[in-house]
Ligand binder design. Sequence first.
Ligand code: KIV
Ligand code: ZN
Length: 505
Amino acid sequence: MNNRVHIFDTTLRDGEQSPGVSLNLNEKLQIARQLARLGVDIIEAGFPLTSPGDFAAVQAVAKEIRGITVAGLARANVKDIDCAWEALKGAEQGRIHIFLATSDIHLKYKLRMNREQVIEAAVAAIKHAKKYTSDVEFSAEDASRSDLEYLCKVFGEVIKAGATVINIPDTVGYTTPEEYAKFIRAIIEKTPGMDTVTTSVHCHDDLGLAVANSLAAVGVGARQVEGAINGIGERAGNAALEEVIMGLHTRKDHYGLTTGINTQEIYRTSRLVSSLTGMPVQPNKSVVGKNAFAHESGIHQDGVLKERTTYEIMNPEQVGIIANNLVLGKHSGRHAFKERLSELGYSLNEEELNLAFSRFKVLADKKKEIADQDLQAIVEDEIKHIPDTYVLEYLHISTGTSVVPTATLGLRVGEELKEEAACGDGPVDAIYKTVDKITGFSCTLVNYALNAITGGKDALGDVTVKLQCEGNEKTYTGRGLSTDILEASAKAYVNAVNKLIYDQK
Ligand code: KIV
Ligand code: ZN
């Protein structure tokens, strides 16, 4: 049996179904480009029929990304499939991904169809999709709670109709590794034609078993794993792809399988997804959490110093975590800055480099030593921007234990400087009320998170906010960086408002 596992990334589709996550076109493209650098085999860029935004994202990713399959999701009907293909047709390799539920519970309560009708609809859908592309995936939604004999019958029929990938989702995160492995093995053995297609798995994490279930399935013959970066997705999320990948990589002795992934891009991908979705990564998260490679106990530290492998099964460099090297300072020139960025894996165009270098100079005036992590934060912040309608020009805060916090600030819109002042419950509240006064939006702060990029009192503060603004049901995430956390808070809020404006345009 072939030993190459295909990695199917659904961060932009199932991942974007995470509550409160909404990415704009520009952000989706940035993630797709990074997924391409990571080396995934398939990017599921969206569900085109569901919204013009999803359609545009699939279309843009399909048009730009080369050398990787781009998939679009569709229900088993002509309208969905036509729409998916319309979005995908610019792709070098486009895949139509059709799903239809097969469990009795879904048939009875959701679809109100009988088993024969589901087979008929699935077969018709595959045949229709095949008119557009040879690469058609069929997902039996809620497969893990479906009757095995019936499921094999459905799969046999869709394979006859031309499906090339058969996906067996654990849609509700119900199965266990032993049970799922047995189920997948039985499907592979019993379904006619299953040896001619790729067996795929797609697991949700409701019981915290998505990665374990995916790996168990791979152990019995599945050769495509679907999941999302950082495990984001519907409800408790999807299988965390970085964990699946490092599981296969680190335990190659056990699985004997390979992927096409460049593991050194894992950390960068995780950070990008976290910062654009506004979903923080928990510190103790496997592979990409802040503590994943931190040794706290004296015995462990001693062991690692003597021989790394005593307590480390992977090393941070393998996943692209860079050491907190103190590399540059106030007197470092443009050349050294550019060199260090390229060593860190960034290749910026002239304009991006100029912007990032002036940010670096401002930071170097405030912070004596600049670490690699500061550089990484500056670059990510600088090159991710959508057009900025509002730019923070200045900020003045009056606050203390016995005064009413008051903010005065100026935002530049093109040539014009708009100024306002407002009081609030605290300095951040005062800033946000002032921004609302200037922009005319009335926004609720759904989430606010502050992180320090490095240690030290002069560390860069990294603020992420999530806003919901009146008259718009979507939430917008914004990020701001500064050694002054009130300035970072203001920038994050303005960044979110700029995204709202960009979206409205
Ligand atoms: O969880 C699920 O069943 C899905 C399908 C659409 C593949 O996301
Ligand atoms: Zn799913």
